[in-house]
Structures are given as C-alpha cells and as structure tokens.
Design a protein around this ligand. Sequence first.
Ligand code: GTP
Length: 595
Amino acid sequence: FTPDVIRNFSIIAHIDHGKSTLADRLLELTGTIKKKESGKNEQVLDKLKVERERGITGKAQTASMVHVANGKPHLLNLIDTPGHVDFAWEVSRSLAACQGALLLVDASQGVQAQSISVFHVAQERGLTIIPVLNKIDLPAAQPELIASQMTATFGINPEDILAISAKTGKGVEAVLQAIIDRIPAPQCKDDAPVKAFLFDSLYDRYRGVISLVNIQDGILRKGDKIASCHTRKKEEATDILCPGQVGYIACNMKESSEAHIGDTLHRVGEPVPPMPGFKPSKAMVYAGIFPIDTSDFPKLEESIKRLTLTDRSVTVTRESSSALGQGCRLGFLGTLHMDVFRQRLEDEYDANIIITAPTVPYKLVYKDGKEKFISNPTDFPDFNESSIRVTEVQEPVVKASIIVPEEYFGDMMELCYSRRAEELDHRYLSSGPDASSSRIILTCVIPLSEIVTDFFDQLKGRSSGFASFDYEDAGYQKSDLRKMVFLLNGKPVDALALIVHRSAQDTVGKSWVKKLHKVIPRQLFEVPIQAVIGKQVISRETLPANRADVTAGLYGGHYERKLKHLNNQKEGKKRLKRIGTVDLPQEAFFDILKR
Ligand code: GTP
C-alpha cells in the first residue's frame, strides 16, 4: 500500500454513543471480521471484562481493514480511542497518529460533554472531522434537532453530516466512502530515513512489550535495526512497514516503561529529529492498595506489576501502613481509571484487597519558595509550631463542563456550589419548545478533590441520568486545607488520614466517626473514636465496652472469688488500654473504605 491509499482515522464520541458498534460494522463491511449472529452484541475492540460490564473502553485498540473504493483497494487503519474523561491523554495520543476522525453523536441524546472535548482535541490536532449522527433507528431519535445542534456547536456544514445506524448498518457504507474521500492520505516520503511514531504499547505474555507505531517516513524492512530517540535502545524489526502504515513492533522488551509513548524510532545510524513534545500522562488520583490478608502482599505486588504492563498510565510505589501492613500506592488518571484497575485486579487475580480513600496531589509551598507534591495524606503537615515552614497549601482544580436539560439546571448549580465551585457560568446549547429539550452548558472551576469521590454519581442521580460531564486540568489554587486524623483509643490510624477543606471539616469528621462507630467491633474496654485536626477534636464518639461476664459461672456467695475475677478482668483491660491495641479486623477497614 502506498501512502495515497492509506487512511488513518479514529472514532471519537461521548461515552455510549456507539463507537465500538460502528467499529464492528466497519470491520464486518470490509470483511475483516465475520458478521456475528444477530442478537449478539459482543464488541471486538473492547477487551477487558470490566469495560464490557460498564460499557466503556479504557484502553485504546487498533485495527486495520482493506476496502475497495474508486477502483482501488485502500488500507484503513482505525485507531480506537477510549471514551471517558479520565483518558483524555490516551485520546490525544491516539489522534496524533491519525489524519481524520469520525465524530459520532447519538441522535437521541445529542451533543454531550465529551463530544465537545474530543472535538476540540481533534481540531487542535488539525484532523479532518467527519460528523456522524448515529442511532437514527431509535424511536426517540431527533435527527433534525441534533443535526442543528451539531452545526451550531461545532461550526460544521449541515450537508457534511452523515446519518447512520451503527446497529442496523444503515448508512455505514457511506461512512467508509467518506473516510476515503474526505480524510487526507498521510503525507510521507518513502525514500526518507525511517521515522516511526510510537503511540501506544501493549503487553503480550509471550512476545513481551509490543509497540504500536505509525510510520511517518521511510520503509521499515524486516531485519532493520531500529533505535529509539528517547531511550537509545536498539531493536530488530520483524516485519515490513511502509510509510503511512500503522503496525506493531514486537521487540523483546520486558518492561513497558521501556516503550515510551510519544517516542520516535529510527533506523540505527540514520537519526531523525524526534517529533515534538507530548503531554505525558499525569496521575491525578492516588490510593493505597493493601491485601486483606497481609501475607498476600508478594502476590498482590506481582499482580499489580503485571497489570501495569498493559496499562502504563498507572504509577506504582510501595507503601507501608501500621494499620494495614505492606501495600502499594497507585496513581491513576482519574477515579474511573482507578475503578477499572481495581476491578481488573479483583477479576483477573482474585485479589482480596482494601483500597484507601482516593486523594489528589496537593502542593506545599515552603518559606524559601520551594515546592513539594504530596500524594499521601499521612505526609501532610500538621501545622503545629514545628511545621510552620509551609506557607501555603495548593490543590489541583479543574475546569468542568456539565451539559443538562434546562429543568435540572438548578440542581446542578446547587451541586456545584456544594462542592466549592467558582466562576460559574452558563449558556444555552440549543433551545427547544420546553425545559426538557432546551439544554444548557454549565462551566465552573472546581477542586479536583471534590469530584474524585461521588461527584459523578451525584450528577447522574440528581439529573435522572441526563447530565454529562467533562473536565480539563486548570492548574493549582491556594486552599485552606487541613489533615484530619482519626484516633482509636488515642492512637492515630494512618490509613484513614484525610485532607479536608476547612468548610467541610465538621461534616466530614462527624460522618467518618459515625461510620467507624458502626463497623468497629466492641472491645473489652471503652474505645473513644475521635476525628482531630492538629490538636483540635472535631468529632467524638465512644464505643462502649463489651464486658465479658467473667463471673457468670460462679454461683452462691463466693464473694471474694467473684471480686478476684473482676479484678483480674480490670487488669487485663488496663493492659490492653496501655498498649492501645484496638482489635480491628482488616474487614472493618474494608467496610469503612468501600464506597
Ligand atoms: P464507549 O466505548 O464506552 O465509549 O461506548 P461506545 O461509544 O463504544 O458505545 P457502544 O458501541 O458500546 O454502544 C453503546 C450502546 O448503544 C450499545 O448498547 C449499542 O448496542 C447501542 N447502539 C450503538 N449504535 C446504535 C444504533 O445505531 N442504534 C441503536 N438503537 N443502538 C445503538
């Protein structure tokens, strides 16, 4: 295939608008995969079980197909992109290997938050965008209304919109034709030195790390020695790849960290300038993961290592907690990413794990101007006299956009205000005859920590599922934050430390103390449960003692024997108290920390 018959494209859409379904239809129409029996709706590109369960694609997959059009066979490379806000980075790097994108919008739901954000990423990258209206077979579809919404939002020509049903296959043929007619062929030279762009990596149990590359220039031949601009590592190509093509390079790497996404590969001895900078993935949510049975740690660590081979955006460091033992602190792109990872860990490795409350990376600014990032609440200063070297605490904030039918606008405003949102603004996206068809886009700046917990659930709950949500990084902002520590019988439980905003300290303290009170089993002595900030007790409850009746078996008037037993019991209690051992089974933590 010469570059002029190659098309590299991607399908971009809001979650559930039918990306995977359309990909399947394209693969079937081109005879790349067999048509499946009707009724079955398994998708080829979605791989992970948890993703199937949740109907989302986390990890981008890639497929090539051949289609004859205008009398010539064309090679179409579909680069799949994940459909969730956490994976914006994966979307951006997949798009870097494409010249065009199908922008898919559900004809019953209309333009949603991620439709807009992925559109912007594609536009910034200068891709040709083919707008596609999907699900026109649905009785609730409003193709004219949604098409006008698309023209207004994206500034596109109404004639350019293709109306299809990815489910029934209606109109999909025209999509193939549009890919060939409208998307430009990759611009590359076959006589130039080999320049390959590494845009993703996979892990194969037998072949090790597989790099997905897009050949920008030159012909990569079998046996060619290739080197990386970034790591300087050398490999041998096992297959021929021509300019414009997308392909795999399997090269015996054992660690996926050796395959740097965004890296440029070249033939040994023929260096090329590396392609311009790439946004590196940035962990925005951290959580500790511990085995329920502490002796399981080696197994857990091994499982985590293996999983990170296929998902390199997860960062891993060891962590040890006096309450939970040895564990790992993992950094994720977002909370969904965290849930996906946790489920994969549980599904694939049968791991019984405890995951601590998620936290975001906070920034401490010191007197001397130095800065430090903190991803574990235990490292947060107490702001007692000894630590006044920290002059300022900053937290990450994001620019959020929420799209809702007008009737839920008030609830959304309320939700945002309750989460410390600032700079609230809104405008109409489209106006319809009533409050359920008029839709509003609400934007605000909101602390990331406020959306990593249950924000998404609240948003969906309060809008009957109609609100869609997206956010982008908006830097750091000064904030009045404190570390809240929970004391059991006077002893801090490190795994439960939290960073809270001053305005929320009372509510948070109270609710956590209540939760602890509920799940901690009664001990032989009274256990005070306290939430404290510095030296100030924010909330307190007392777990009454479970007095074992040591005199139960003694009948009659043996008063002295009774007294002796009671005294022994007192001694025992004192000892326990002195050591401060609260008998806390790991399962209690599990109960506290599960959502
Ligand atoms: P993510 O990978 O999570 O972003 O989702 P997706 O965009 O890949 O959506 P997917 O293809 O999984 O489709 C979501 C749901 O919509 C599935 O239940 C599909 O069967 C359904 N669906 C997709 N296309 C059509 C269509 O044209 N008509 C109808 N009626 N349903 C469709």
